[in-house]
Write a protein that binds this ligand. Structure first.
Ligand code: F6R
Length: 592
């Protein structure tokens, strides 16, 4: 939550580089944004611009030349959405500027201590305390020590980036919230960001800061330190295989629709990268006595789908939303394998659940998309999903890649890896053929019929149950329509009272053993006046409308879910929502 970006280099348009960078981080928060910079011409103060509202709708006013700047896009926690609360936050003299991602849990306490020094506060944020703490320390220490010592006094998961006028440098620190350093090939430009896509245009050479690491960047170069000991450490530079086009819309109007359309490719790609790790996890599963799948939101639905895939491969498992796992963590032990699923690798509730499971001796396997994350570091084995940067806030291609890995894993345990790889290849081909203009036109036509409705229901059973949960979530997130998902079995136990004349009811189905049961549920809904929309690889007289999906046994749910993604997208556009940045959401939920 919140996006951080800093640039130091040879270009004279550092504020614009930063502005463009934080635009690419807007998925991390879009309540307000700000840019601060040190002009090339001598100045007595750091200059800045900050505004409430989405950066995507804004322009940077300054044309002042500068080689060093930092910027921030905010997801509000402490203090409302206002220009004053936007970052950066400066000290009283305007000589340092701070941007921050996280929550300073002890900021009240720190503020009380500081108040004796008559600092002038301009915002209601926890972040501003950091600026004044550094200001005080600078009276007796250099910038590196002042920032590092201040950072050490903060409680909570935080990342900060500090611009210092006097030394014309940037100092950044990480504990729990991500910062990645980008190095250009010639060693003359440096980037600091919450996530790689923000600077992918310039470089894919990176060092992921570890917790407890700090970095000092100035014109003369970059140094990485252990914050506590202040000893210099060597950068672990990696070259990522992410491409520039991963961070661009590539001709699509929104990242969301680009990422939905990428899925035939990303599903195939994620199936091809993990053979050795899959074997390793498969051996671990075979040795274990208990398997637990966890995740939050969409990733929790992937965890639930994993439970069905595993059961189909005769592997018993449990699943939890990571936010509800703690009461059950005590049942983990050294014979337990916890499989955590996450796009960002930074979700606070999933991290807490992993740490708790580890306390009881469980082995943790993480299925994750982003690179260099906290989850990667605290897990025993990583299964990267290789979906590439997912920039739209709403998860689509990461989710189907998670499904792919879980399916492959279940089949690997069953010694059917080759069969699974062929099935995924076939899935990718079928999806590619199916996701064409005809499908989009059918969905747009349907959207026009139902877009005035305030309530929709989505029904599925077996694998189509997690499918239905995800389908409903996509509609809710992107169109703000109340779309509730149920297992078909739940219907008669109360839910059916909600159905009125013309209520849209989506029936997610496959050619599986529960097909007839699900069709009976469709008939019951129809008898109460519901408008029945089949999302399935077959037609039925119970359906008033049908979106046909590829018929692929267990893998039919991929197409069924993609219909939900597309429906959410088109419903949202029609209702004036922003498909890439739905209200109130942040891509990376790094707070509890
Ligand atoms: C839904 C969505 C969220 C995330 C959830 C977990 O479209 O994106 O529900 O799935 O916040 O995030 P990760 O996967 O990053 O742990």
């Amino acid at each position: 939550m919140c996006g951080i970006f800093a640039y130091i280099g040879t270009r004279d348009d550092a504020p614009s580089v930063v502005f463009e960078g934080i635009k690419l981080l807007e998925y991390r928060g879009y309540d307000s944004w700000g840019v601060s910079y040190i002009p090339n011409i001598k100045s007595k103060k750091i200059m800045f611009e900050k505004h409430s509202g989405k950066i995507g709708d804004s322009f940077l006013k300054t044309t002042i030349k500068s080689k060093i700047a930092l910027g921030h896009t905010r997801w509000a926690t402490h203090g409302g959405v206002s220009d004053e609360n936007a970052h950066p936050h400066l000290d009283c003299k305007g000589e340092i500027a701070v941007i921050h991602n996280g929550i300073v849990e002890n900021y009240q306490e720190l503020k009380v201590k500081l108040s004796k020094n008559n600092h002038i506060y301009k915002s209601e944020t926890d972040t501003e305390v950091i600026s004044h703490l550094i200001e005080d320390r600078l009276k007796t220490s250099d910038i590196k020590t002042s920032v590092f010592d201040t950072f050490e006094s903060l409680i909570g998961s935080n990342a900060i980036c500090v611009l210092d006028l006097k030394t014309e440098s940037v100092v950044a620190c990480r504990n729990g919230s991500p910062i990645v350093v980008g190095f250009d090939e010639k060693g003359k430009q440096y980037f600091l960001a919450s996530d790689v896509p923000a600077f992918l245009k310039y470089t894919n050479k990176v060092h992921f800061l570890e917790d407890g690491e700090g970095v000092v960047v100035s014109k003369s170069g970059i140094k990485i330190f252990d914050i506590k000991s202040k000893k210099e450490i060597k950068a672990k530079i990696k070259k990522l295989d992410w491409q520039l086009e991963d961070a661009e819309k590539g001709g699509y109007p929104y990242f969301l629709v680009k990422e939905i359309n990428e899925q035939p490719k990303t599903i195939l790609k994620s199936s091809l990268i993990n053979k050795d790790e899959l074997d390793k996890v498969s051996r671990l599963i075979k040795k274990s006595k208990k398997i637990v799948l966890i995740g939050c939101g969409t990733a929790s639905y992937a965890a639930l789908a994993g439970k069905y895939f595993f059961s189909n491969s005769n592997i018993q498992s449990e699943n939890y939303g990571a936010y509800e796992f703690l009461p059950f963590a005590k049942f983990c032990n050294k014979d337990t394998v916890v499989i955590a699923i996450s796009q960002s690798g930074e979700t606070a509730d999933t991290l807490i659940a992993i740490k708790e499971a580890k306390k009881y001796g469980a082995k943790v396997v993480t299925i994750v998309n982003a690179r260099g994350t906290t989850m990667e570091r605290i897990s025993d084995i990583i299964l990267p999903i290789g979906a590439g940067p997912e920039i739209a806030v709403v998860s689509t291609k990461a989710m189907t890649a998670q499904f792919t890995i879980l399916y492959l894993l279940s089949k690997t345990v069953e010694n059917k890896y080759n069969f699974a790889i062929n099935s995924i290849e076939n899935l990718s081909k079928k999806l590619k053929l199916w996701m064409n203009q005809k499908l989009f036109d059918e969905i747009i036509k349907l959207v026009k019929e139902i877009d005035m409705q305030e309530h929709m229901y989505v029904i599925g059973k077996n694998l189509n149950y997690p499918g239905a949960l995800e389908f409903g979530l996509k509609i809710k997130e992107t169109s703000y329509i109340h779309a509730e998902s149920f297992t078909a079995g739940e219907l008669k136990h109360g839910v059916i009272t909600l159905i009125q004349k013309d209520t849209p009811c989506f029936i997610l189905a496959s050619n599986d053993i529960v097909k007839n049961e699900v069709l009976s549920s469709a008939a019951e809904l129809k008898a109460r006046g519901g408008y029945i929309i089949g999302v399935a690889p077959f037609e039925s007289s119970e359906f008033d409308a049908t979106i046909l999906t590829p018929d692929l046994e267990d893998l039919t749910i991929f197409g069924n879910i993609i219909v939900g993604q597309l429906l959410g997208y088109y419903l949202g556009i029609g209702r004036g929502a922003d498909p890439d940045k739905p209200r109130n959401l942040a891509k990376s939920v790094t707070v509890k």
